[in-house]
Ligand binder design. Structure first.
Ligand code: HEM
Ligand SMILES: [Ca+2]
Length: 640
């Protein structure tokens, strides 16, 4: 095995030891500190003046954000998303706060996690009790492939990573069961939890705090997104220049990769061993644009697929344009890659997620020809807090308890439970190089669960059991998602129903798009319809016609992806600025590209279903040879 360029000593590191604290960025430390000061002041002011709607700004000295200056003639996206919007240069950039659809409902109106029921003097039910009652596992089948699901996670990692609390050295703050107060919002283990009787709590460090926006308006506790909010493949290229530097090979536009003699595919490069903390000394972990790439084997597979496709395009472009230097090759390849991915998201993934009606209503479908001329600079292309904390987590309910790998003939083998796929990068090389291909083919060969509130037992009862060295603590993903919503002060599910034009329920029975057997579980644990948490209510809905998720999540997701399209100056179809966009010939090449072609190029595979996001049981989804899926003709990028 050899590196594309020599192995370098990388100063930046990710610690793999703490599975809850992925959103790490040293910037968040300063932002958190200043935001906490601001919150204390705002709390005092609101006590004194009795108002929660405070006008005014944080004094400049205490505002963690500064003006972002841009080169007006830049023709490529910046690495952190800044300068996308030329009037509001910070819109959507790395380390900026989430925005919200509805104002938060913190207990004190500003900062304290939500614990109160709408019923006087009552508290919300324990998050773990809800997870036990309503997210109880069951077995379902679907027409959707695991590929659809884990591509979803890959997309999520492009657009959101909630900042965790870090100490001044950048190490995540952790909690123990005796701690409470500003940092820990632990979940008590209820007596009904027969799976976790040996624990007294599930630890829960709160998310890092931010001021409410870049302008530093006085206001409530907000949370911080540590990746660029745009769909710009930041999981591959990084969300800041440090990460970009790590991942680039600085040769012919390539990303750093490992080549193995006699094998045509690239592999993710290794991080030097001292930096794989939490893993065993002989284990290896990878350099990628996103710290979470290690968190499960399928996600690592997708990271590898995108790395391979980047290097394939860079290599071809360097032959077509021999005079282009590394920088030009890298930037042009990155631009094409981001476009290909946006095309797959908008053309193939979203219609399945949302169903035809909502997909069309929100104008998400790419055009068949011509340029898109509706870029709107007034849109703030930020992630909504509600999406990061609830709606984009829809995928958690689709993850099977057991998943298998598949060989070249798509025969499944070696079924393993969810837990066995987590933090398993070491396995990728242990049995030769086929392992990674096997995981990717496994995604194609199997369906995921259908959308119900159920979470598989590994996730709901024993998350991370045994995956993290020296730590036997178990978590519950259901409880974590609910608690995260409360940590962020999210209003209840009923408010989002109303936001999306559904009826606001006055009684549980008015949740008419929730199946009676699920509703019975909700009623058993909640005292009032307004108390139902967004994750729980959203995942309990019957899926929309022809889509994967229910009506409320579909509405939230559609709105988010609409804004990421209309509010992204570099959206691949945008023809308003010819200096930054593609030529019409190039754009038409991108329009030919599909997820199937991506896999044919990057995974050892001979044939694929016409729509690999769907199982063969879906109508007319026949298998096709790879050569039948067109690739883009890079000659259209030849300099003349
Ligand atoms: C084996 C697979 C998976 C595991 C073990 C897992 C586990 C987790 C955990 C522990 C968190 C952090 C929870 C918190 O502290 O608030 C998280 C966050 C999240 N997960 Fe998953 N997840 C998996 C797959 C997926 C999939 C398939 C999707 C979507 C299709 C998804 C979407 C998300 C999103 C959007 C977040 C929030 C990310 C952020 O903004 O920080 N996950 N997941
Ligand atoms: Ca991004």
């Amino acid at each position: 095995m050899k590196f594309l360029v020599k192995e370098i000593y990388f100063p930046r590191f990710y610690i793999i030891g703490d599975p809850l604290s992925f959103g790490r960025s040293k910037r968040s430390i300063d932002i958190h500190k200043k935001s906490i000061i601001q919150l204390e002041v705002v709390k005092k002011l609101s006590q004194k003046y009795g108002t929660r709607k405070l006008n005014g700004k944080v004094p400049k000295k205490f505002c963690p954000f500064e003006q972002v200056f841009c080169r007006s003639n830049a023709i490529y996206r910046s690495i952190d998303g800044s300068c996308n919007n030329l009037e509001h240069t910070w819109y959507g950039m790395t380390n900026s706060p989430y925005k919200r659809l509805l104002p938060p409902e913190y207990d004190d109106g500003l900062d304290a996690p939500k614990t109160k029921s709408v019923l006087e003097n009552q508290t919300l039910p324990n998050s773990r009790l809800i997870a036990l009652t309503t997210h109880e596992p069951n077995i379902t089948q679907s027409k959707i492939s695991n590929l659809f699901l884990f591509y979803g996670q890959t997309i999520d990692h492009d657009i959101t990573s909630i900042a965790s609390l870090l100490d001044h050295n950048g190490i995540p703050l952790t909690c123990n069961c005796d701690m409470s107060g500003p940092i820990c919002f632990n979940i008590e283990v209820p007596p009904q939890d027969i799976f976790n009787r040996d624990q007294t709590c599930f630890i829960f460090p709160r998310s890092s705090a931010s001021v409410v926006n870049f302008d530093c308006d006085l206001g409530h506790r907000e949370q911080l997104n540590t990746v660029s909010h745009f769909l710009d493949l930041s999981f591959l290229y990084g969300s800041d220049s440090e990460a970009e530097e790590e991942t680039r090979a600085r040769v012919r536009g390539f990303l750093l990769a490992v080549r193995i003699r006699g094998i045509k595919h690239d592999y993710l490069p290794f991080r030097n061993r001292p930096f794989c903390q939490g893993l065993r000394p002989t284990d290896r972990c990878f350099i990628t644009g996103d710290a979470r790439a290690e968190s499960n084997a399928f996600l690592t597979g997708f990271q590898t697929v995108f790395l391979r496709q980047h290097n394939l395009i860079a290599r071809k472009l360097s032959l077509i344009n021999p005079l282009w230097n590394d920088e030009k090759l890298y930037q042009e390849t990155r631009k094409i890659m981001i476009a290909l991915n946006q095309h797959i998201v908008y053309n193939q993934w979203l219609p399945i997620l949302l169903g035809k009606n909502i997909y069309e209503k929100y104008e998400l479908k790419p055009q068949r020809e011509g340029f898109f001329m509706s870029y709107d600079k007034t849109i703030e292309p930020y992630l909504y807090n509600e999406l990061a904390t609830a709606a984009l987590r829809f995928g958690h309910t689709l993850i099977k308890h057991q998943m298998s790998k598949a060989d070249r003939n798509m025969n499944q083998f070696e079924k393993s439970t969810t837990d066995e796929f987590l933090f398993t990068s070491r396995k990728f090389y242990r049995n030769g190089t086929e392992t990674q291909e096997d995981y990717m083919r496994g995604l194609l060969a199997e369906d995921c669960y259908s959308f119900t509130s159920a979470l598989n037992p590994s996730l709901n009862h024993q998350l991370f059991q045994g995956t993290v060295k020296g730590d036997t603590k178990r978590f519950s993903l259901g409880a974590l998602n609910i608690q995260r919503g409360r940590d962020h002060g999210l209003p209840g599910y009923n408010s989002y129903r109303a936001f999306c034009g559904l009826q606001r329920a006055k009684t549980f029975e008015e949740f008419i798009n929730i199946k009676p057997e699920i509703l019975a579980r909700i009623k058993a644990v909640y005292s009032h319809p307004d108390d139902v948490d967004l994750f729980t209510g959203g995942t309990s809905e019957i899926p929309v016609d022809g889509g994967v998720v229910g009506e409320t999540f579909a509405c939230l997701l559609a709105l988010q992806f609409k804004e990421l399209k209309f509010g992204d100056r570099f959206y691949y179809e945008n023809g308003k600025d010819s200096r930054i966009g593609f030529s019409i010939d190039q754009l038409n090449e991108i329009r030919k590209f599909t997820m199937e072609r991506l896999l044919c190029n990057t995974v050892s595979i001979d044939a694929l279903r016409e729509n690999s996001f769907l199982m063969p049981s879906a109508e007319n989804n026949k298998s096709k040879e790879c050569f039948e899926f067109p690739d883009l003709n890079l000659e259209k990028w030849k300099d003349v």
